[in-house]
Design a protein around this ligand. Sequence first.
Ligand SMILES: [Zn+2]
Ligand SMILES: [Zn+2]
Ligand SMILES: [Zn+2]
Ligand SMILES: [Zn+2]
Length: 156
Amino acid sequence: MQKRDKSFGIQMLSVQPDTKPKGCAGCKRKIQDRFLLKALDQYWHEDCLKCACCECRLGEVGSTLYTKANLILCRRDYLRLFGVTGNCAACSKLIPAFEMVMRAKDNVYHLDCFACQLCNQRFCVGDKFFLKNNMILCQSDYEEGLLKDGYGAQIR
Ligand SMILES: [Zn+2]
Ligand SMILES: [Zn+2]
Ligand SMILES: [Zn+2]
Ligand SMILES: [Zn+2]
């Protein structure tokens, strides 16, 4: 995860009847409910603290919110938009979640890295590729090599 990305806890507080109602950071109205949420040093109606993407109520989803570029997001959307998919099995560098990736077995690859590791041939949708000892191989290199213990798959 990148350094500037942040997750914040959400607290559910019960409103003491004798305290002055707090203003909601979402709708700016006073919070008259029995419960309110405290997050990002602000107070929120339970209905007003929502994910900017899927509009789920963040007070229920696991009591953590994520912010990025002034958006408040649930964990799922945050990871989908800004998280990290994993490390590329070919170059070992991180792959951001919003980037297109190739998947083979349990591995993910940058699009640029997904090529036969012997002859550098790229694959198109429908092409056959093979994984051997975690190396991506084209059909001819695979067939030239040992034919046993192989793993074949097709790009969909
Ligand atoms: Zn509100
Ligand atoms: Zn969401
Ligand atoms: Zn890569
Ligand atoms: Zn090849």
